[in-house]
Unconditional design. Sequence first.
Length: 588
Amino acid sequence: MIQQPNPNPQDADIEEPLPQQEEFWRPPARFGSVPVEAEPQGWDRYRGFQKHYPRVDLPTQIVERVSLGSDEAHEPNRLIWGDNLHVMRQLRSNSVDLIYIDPPFFSGRQYNVMWGDANEMRSFNDIWEDGMPGYLIWLNARLYEMKRLLKPTGSIYVHCDWHASHYIKVEMDKIFGYESFRNEVIWHYGLGGSSPRLYSKKHDALFFYTKSQTYYFDKPQEHATSVRMRGQLKGASDVWDIPTINNMAKERIGYPTQKPEALLERIIGASSNEGDVVADFFLGGGTAAAVAQRLGRRFIGCDQSRVAVAVTAERLKQQAIKRELEDASIPDFTVEHWGIYEAASLSGAPSDEFRGFVLRAYGATPASDGSAIHGWRNQMPVWVGGPGRDSRVTAEDVEGFANAIRESVQYLDSNLRDGVMLAWGFTQAARDAADYLRRCQHVDVDFIRLRQVRIEEAGFREHIVTRSTDRADYSDFLTFVQPPAVSVAYSVKGGRAVTFDAGDSAVVNFRAGDSAVVNFRAKIVNVQWDFNHDGRRFAATPGYSFRRDGPMLQVTHKFDRAGTFTVACRVQDSHGGEGTWVGQVEVS
Ligand SMILES: C[S@@+](CC[C@H](N)C(=O)[O-])C[C@H]1O[C@@H](n2cnc3c(N)ncnc32)[C@H](O)[C@@H]1O
């Protein structure tokens, strides 16, 4: 366009004031600086994401195998309690077909926190500390592991919203590749507030990426809504109209950020086949696991809230019971711990299982020669005591281990002198025997220096602490929790005996208020009741499971027939301890 001469030259000196422009938008303080690097936020050239999050190799502990009817040989599905980054680092590469995640949204609100369980709270403190870059580093380290876990034909859906979606997209392009992006699915829902000064926010975004260009996809169908094509099936678009679950919905379990099963049905139906492995590492109330179970997929679920894992376990059991799915085709599932362990159930484990666990936790590899050297950490022989909490190492154990060291090839070749004994406890005689062996150093070539480390003391977990000195969130790793001591009393109104009159019902008040936590500074966060316990598998009576407003320490239950009922009460504390009371109630 040609510039026209000014028709009023006398106006040439009058300058139009510039619009006010000195105020640029500034990100809120919690954003920090906006990310621009070519590598994912948090990536270190030499140490990858281990610079921010050092690797910790620890075993998982199976605390329960929930029987749904499949035989023992059938591989169970898995629910794992632990920080997902560390849990994922223990899982095999190329082993998962589909990952769905619904992480905290960088909304700055702690509304995801439901039970105030100490571990559930931790991620929020972590994430917000360094603003948006901190959040992206936290998420990237996890996305990086997810890519490793996906099979070459696998897919991932990351559920987020406007708070961070645009930043997450940039990071996912870096990690998975811009060309591996398939869709930004818009989940459009009805509920939510509105404001007169902006458009109502009624959607979340789901980023769908695949690991490679060859992937499984069974496009869902939906009915056309246009007048011309009404009723015809069309391939689904990337905008999904699915209502959020309201408070009355049957599937509602009360989890504040619970997603509708219809959403997960679409994702799991489109991007996996029957028998495929589906994983959700931000499990929450377990929507993805429940849908995967219903659609005949195998699954791995993980959450760092012990209560979220318990909610999901309960949901899977109830679904199996309701749908009468108790046949061999439904795999059992295990509830597993990573990083924080149940001392009581370790004590009851068979010796070789216990020994394997302790060696792995200590960073040692098991020895296979059957001698009194049970394992090796670097060049150091390791010995492990018995599983029972009360078992104590004796002087004979010390002698036996010292002799095994003397007889080992390494001893002769390299003047090996040191060894470590790991156990719940040591007798004074064992301490003295080790002392004696060490003191011979001045007079005897056969001397041996033995360290004796109790499994619950700091020396047992020193290899974790030295690797992660600056990370407060590692301080709980390799610690043990004790179950709360559950105590239940019951009565009927007026203190009468529990009686049942024909045509009436017996109302019984149960109280678990005298239950006591054993873990330091823990508090009870959840109580569940099973009024018809089958003696095998705890399954809460509907309505007696999880409540947001506090644990159900006192409840009333109506028995509508006479008989002897086995009642069970399960209590969880904020540190992950879980204890169960089982008793008989006579209703006559
Ligand atoms: C938004 S909720 C998931 C809700 C779920 N999709 C549902 O339908 O119920 C996010 C969950 O991620 C868990 N979480 C947060 N950080 C975690 C971490 N580092 N490892 C494992 N779980 C984590 C929280 O405890 C919370 O239960």
